[in-house]
Design a protein around this ligand. Structure first.
Ligand code: SAH
Ligand code: SF4
Ligand code: F3S
Length: 462
């Protein structure tokens, strides 16, 4: 069967693939929402799709190469479809699209549409232009209007845990990073539209919402009262939504970790005791070279304040190994900072020069072998800390939000307040509910548990 559309429903098939951060995942959902009124329905594989969108990431190297090899595979499918008299519209979205624009259609002329992250609300118009024009269309302007105002309100349910973008772009210009160039200037959505979207998500079954932004704690949206609202203020308002059990936000910058936000972790029970707070390096020299705008001791002070506000607070971070100018002593300082904080989870990367960023042209690039070794040392320490954190939960009673079926029949999987994946035997009716478990064991990447109050088998039979 190589039908253009599902004859029984009249639907066109849309295949979306996302790389990169959670904002890209959110954007992919929204692109599907924008295209739904045009008759596009998501499918799981590119074979036989009427439209394929690759939502790309430019943060580290090989992104562009990965994209072109994926495009090469899709070209074969597109040509096979054309031979059968069918079309496959091929679109490249996201941060590589924004950064490379014309380079993509020059190297892969069979790509129909290239669109940057600020243009997703224009998809219907762009798709129409592609169909009319027959050539390719490139849309990588940073438009003056707010894409969120133009995205449809109706959206496909995301499930028990949902993402909600509240802030986009970045004005921080860390020396190593492409995001300010691919996502543009910082922008915060008005609080009222965030609250309305959160209510809709909860109405569709979401019990946990993660607020997203490249610099989410720099949020300063217009409040319904006409004043500027901080993230802390917004969190307090969202916590009042009936049925919303858990709130998170990511990713934060240490410089924007204000006292009111620290206090929110003490005052808002729904705000989970887990924070992803990238530090990048433990050396003040490197932090300055990175243009991070804070010192190691500032970071440690924030961590202490968070733990004072909420004693069960766990932290996650990002580390870059081998930034230009990083010496052995700087690397040691990073290891010491990691030891001092004790992270529950972390992401660590080898420094990757990004074209056009200040660090790429800076002196003192570290050789690959040294970067590899430093990264391995950082990761060994972080892995041990994560394993220790997971093991520390064994024997404890922990509230788990069940999100879906587990790996084995009769099992469900869920998340602890600290975002650890958990598996336990539990009835499917518990999906979407916050259930107390006893943690049986902490493994390196997950936990196993059992119901603290197993359901009464007789009630169950009734
Ligand atoms: N806005 C967030 C993170 C954005 S990118 C913040 O401010 O922290 C996610 C992570 O990718 C960064 O925290 C950083 O650790 C890593 N990263 C970004 N650019 C990189 C580069 N050129 N090389 C290696 N890692 C990089
Ligand atoms: Fe990139 Fe720095 Fe902005 Fe984060 S704060 S997105 S690392 S420039
Ligand atoms: Fe990647 Fe763009 Fe996100 S570069 S990390 S997809 S903001």
């Amino acid at each position: 069967m190589t039908q253009t559309s599902d004859a029984s429903t009249g639907k066109k098939r849309l295949f979306l693939r996302s790389w990169g951060c959670q904002m890209n995942v959110y954007d992919s959902h929204r692109m599907a929402d924008v295209l739904a009124p045009l008759g596009y329905a998501p499918v799981d594989a590119p074979e036989g799709a009427d439209m394929v969108i690759l939502n790309t990431c430019h943060i580290r190297e090989k992104a562009t190469e990965k994209l072109f090899s994926e495009l090469g595979r899709l070209r074969v499918m597109k040509e096979a479809r054309r031979a059968e008299g069918q079309e496959m519209l091929l679109a490249v979205a996201g941060c590589v699209a924004q950064a490379e624009g014309a380079e993509i259609t020059a190297r892969a002329p069979y790509v129909d549409l290239v669109l940057g992250p600020q243009s997703y609300h224009k998809l219907p118009e762009l798709v129409a232009r592609v169909s009319r024009a027959g050539g390719h269309v490139i849309e990588t302007e940073f438009p003056t209007e707010d894409k969120f105002d133009h995205l449809p309100e109706a959206s496909a349910p995301q499930g028990v845990t949902a993402f909600l973008s509240i802030q986009e772009g970045c004005d921080k210009f860390c020396a190593f990073c492409v995001v300010p160039y691919t996502r543009g200037a910082e922008y915060s959505r008005p609080a009222a539209s965030v609250i309305a979207e959160a209510r809709r998500l909860v109405g569709q079954g979401a019990r946990e919402i993660t607020l997203l932004g490249q610099n989410v704690n720099a949020y300063h949206g217009e409040g319904p009262d006409g004043r500027e609202w901080s993230l802390a203020r917004l969190l307090a308002a969202l916590a009042g939504i009936e049925g919303l059990e858990r709130l998170r936000y990511t990713t934060s910058h240490p410089r924007e970790m204000g006292d009111d936000l620290v206090a929110a972790h003490r005052d808002i029970p729904a705000l989970m005791p887990f924070l992803h707070l990238p530090v990048q390096s433990g050396s003040d020299r490197v932090l300055a070279a990175m243009n991070r705008g804070h010192r190691a001791e500032d970071y440690l002070r924030i961590v202490d304040a968070l733990r004072a506000a909420r004693p069960d607070m766990a932290l996650s971070t990002d580390i870059i190994a081998g930034h230009p100018g990083e010496t052995e002593a700087d690397h040691e300082a990073t290891l010491r900072l990691i030891e001092r904080v004790g992270f529950a989870q972390a992401f660590s990367f080898k420094y990757s020069p990004r074209p056009g960023t200040p660090a790429a042209g800076a002196p003192g690039h570290v050789d690959e072998a040294t970067k590899d070794r430093r990264l391995a040392e950082v990761q060994a320490l972080l892995r041990a800390q994560q394993a220790a954190f997971n093991a520390s939960k064994a024997g404890q009673a922990v509230d788990v939000l069940f999100t879906g079926p587990g790996r084995h029949p009769g099992q469900l999987s869920g998340r602890t307040p600290w975002l650890q994946p958990v598996h336990a035997e539990a009835p499917a009716a518990m999906i979407g509910r916050l259930i107390p478990l006893r943690i049986l064991a902490g493994h390196p990447n997950s936990l196993s548990g059992e119901l603290l109050h197993p359901p009464n088998p007789e009630q169950h039979a009734a």
